[in-house]
Write a protein that binds this ligand. Structure first.
Ligand SMILES: NC(=O)c1ccc[n+]([C@@H]2O[C@H](COP(=O)([O-])OP(=O)(O)OC[C@H]3O[C@@H](n4cnc5c(N)ncnc54)[C@H](OP(=O)(O)O)[C@@H]3O)[C@@H](O)[C@H]2O)c1
Length: 313
């Protein structure tokens, strides 16, 4: 990418999209174009076609999606499938028709089969059924991943897809209804501290292992792939180290300053005992994350406090 190239970041208001804009600005790109969801509904084909025909971006980062935690996914599989497939098809097709030089699709680790051997290697994709609870979202993200490959194969585009592990960081969604595990725990422990609770209860046994990547590292990795990778195979982006939910809880408890106990409610399912991406392909290209988990979690808590203060003012 040249510094004067026109770069469209779809979903710039979200956690990953805003990190991508920060990264691009830091690298000296000034011709970044963005639209809010209100200005441009990416699920509307006509509006997307008009936008691309008018703006003619050179490069696209597709970070817009309907995203939510496990409960939101389980409750609305049709919406997660429909809206995400619409966004992907509209943006990718318009990008191809308008000669976008390269597109990076921000995909997800949810495309891997349930009970996949760990850590999950790119070649395990489509080797088994999807996790049922977020099947609609997982299938939609697989469709986007495959569409990059098919457009490259059929029309010679240069579209790449990244399968990303759990992401956390500034701009995360802290809502009790639809948040992922890190923002949910940040909120729980903070509220536990403010309300002087004796204990905070985590769902499940706390033994399940997951891996987490800070949003600015995700943006850095996607930028790296845009600059250094072309190919049909999707690339895993994650942290090679996993951590149990119990250990994660202990770190967040310490960071928030909650002084009570951590309890576990094992009536809630743990999900798969371990979900971790094998990141050896990406690391062999020369990329590695910058932020350690504790540092990233401290920054996330600061972001939570800023947002909380802003809503109270
Ligand atoms: N969060 C994770 O743990 C995680 C893990 C792996 C992969 N990913 C992927 O990373 C990408 C970004 O996720 P995120 O966590 O940054 O999500 P996010 O914070 O919810 O951001 C998504 C952005 O997309 C926008 N958007 C949604 N529907 C839209 C539509 N129809 N038209 C235009 N804009 C729309 C949202 O705008 P509004 O808020 O105004 O609707 C928001 O700005 C997604 O593709 C997601 O699948 C996320």
């Amino acid at each position: 990418m040249e510094k004067q190239d026109k770069i469209y970041v779809a979903g710039h208001g979200g956690m990953v999209g805003s990190a991508l804009v920060r990264k691009l600005k830091k690298e000296g790109y000034e011709n970044i174009i963005v639209r809010t969801h209100k200005e441009l509904d990416l699920s509307c084909q006509e509006a997307v076609e008009q936008f691309f025909a008018e703006e003619k971006p050179d490069y696209v980062f597709l970070a817009a999606a309907k995203v939510g935690g496990i409960h939101a996914n389980e409750a609305a599989p049709a919406d997660f499938l429909r809206i995400n497939v619409q966004i992907e098809m509209n943006v990718m097709w318009a990008a191809y028709k308008n000669h976008v030089k390269k597109l990076c699709f921000i995909g997800s680790g949810s495309i891997y089969p349930v009970n996949c051997p760990q850590p999950m290697k790119e070649e395990y994709l489509l080797s088994g059924p999807f996790e049922r609870k977020n099947e609609g979202y997982g299938i939609a993200k697989m469709v986007g991943t495959k569409m990059c490959e098919y457009l490259n194969r059929q029309y010679g585009t240069d579209f790449i897809a990244a399968a990303i592990c759990n992401i956390y960081g500034p701009g995360d969604n802290y809502s009790p209804e639809s948040s992922h595990v890190v923002p949910a725990l940040v909120r729980k422990f903070h509220e536990g501290k403010i309300q002087n609770k004796e204990k905070v209860t985590l769902y499940g046994t706390g033994t399940a292992v997951r891996s987490f990547l800070y949003a600015d590292d995700v943006a850095d990795a996607c930028y790296f792939l845009m600059e250094h990778y072309s190919g049909d195979a999707c690339i895993n982006v994650g942290h090679e180290k996993g951590i149990s939910i119990g250990e994660l809880g202990k770190i967040i408890k310490e960071i928030t300053g909650f002084e009570g106990e951590i309890a576990y409610d094992s009536h809630y399912p743990d999900g798969s005992p371990e979900i971790r991406l094998d990141t050896s392909r990406l690391s062999s290209m020369g990329w590695k994350p910058v932020y350690g988990l504790r540092d990233g979690l401290k920054r996330t808590y600061e972001d939570y406090l800023d947002k909380e203060t802003a809503t109270r003012l």
